[in-house]
Design a protein around this ligand. Structure first.
Ligand SMILES: [Ca+2]
Ligand SMILES: [Ca+2]
Length: 200
């Protein structure tokens, strides 16, 4: 009898503890990390593929190449970011960049897209970067990020800046675009890390 009472008390204590940890989980739920790149490999934290894209793979005067870089935006010594070496210096119309599948993720608990970005002082870098989001209709909705420096900084883009997104319950893709209009200089290196949806 005594041991049953003890068991009951223990179960009650566990129930209280687990409800407390649920509340903690809800508090931590203000952010959904899509990609921290910290495994140094694919896929993303939500199991999605990502990589570099090129307008015309046969035009070797223009391209983006992606590598994992052991320079983590949050200072994790074992972490990684991604390094994008871009070249839109071409006699042809030039654009290329980076894509990441979002797997139909429901963004409605959040209100901002956040990530960290910096340029490489040695190779040069564009101060402006076009970010596109797509919902399941796959029409790109673009936002231009400015004031990129050679130091990590957090970028936070409120969802309402992505005017053409119609369905926030199902995002399909995030795209970074280098192009010969916005990218100056036309060759350089940009680092990106810790892509997330946040409630701010
Ligand atoms: Ca990272
Ligand atoms: Ca070139």
């Amino acid at each position: 009898m005594k041991s049953k009472l003890f068991l009951g008390a223990a179960l009650a204590a566990i129930a209280i503890l687990s409800s407390a940890s649920n509340q903690f989980a809800m508090a931590a739920g203000n952010e959904l990390v899509i990609a921290d790149f910290n495994t140094g490999d694919k896929p993303s934290n939500i199991g999605g593929d990502f990589g570099a894209w090129n307008k015309d793979p046969d035009d070797n005067t223009q391209k983006t190449e992606m590598k994992f870089e052991s320079d983590d935006a949050l200072g994790d010594t074992t972490g990684y970011s991604i390094r994008l070496d871009y070249d839109v210096d071409s006699p042809n119309p030039a654009y290329n960049g980076f894509w990441m599948k979002l797997k139909g993720i429901d963004a409605t608990p959040y209100n901002s897209l956040t990530f960290y970005v910096k340029g490489d002082a040695k190779t040069g870098f564009t101060k402006r970067l076009k970010i596109e989001l797509k919902d399941k209709g796959n029409k790109p909705s673009a936002y231009l990020v400015g004031n990129i420096t050679d130091k990590w900084q957090k970028v936070s883009i409120p969802f309402d800046r992505f005017r053409r997104i119609q369905d926030w319950t199902s995002l399909s893709e995030l795209v970074v675009v280098f192009d010969d209009m916005n990218s100056n200089p036309k060759t350089g290196t940009i680092y990106i890390d810790q892509i997330a949806l946040s409630k701010e």
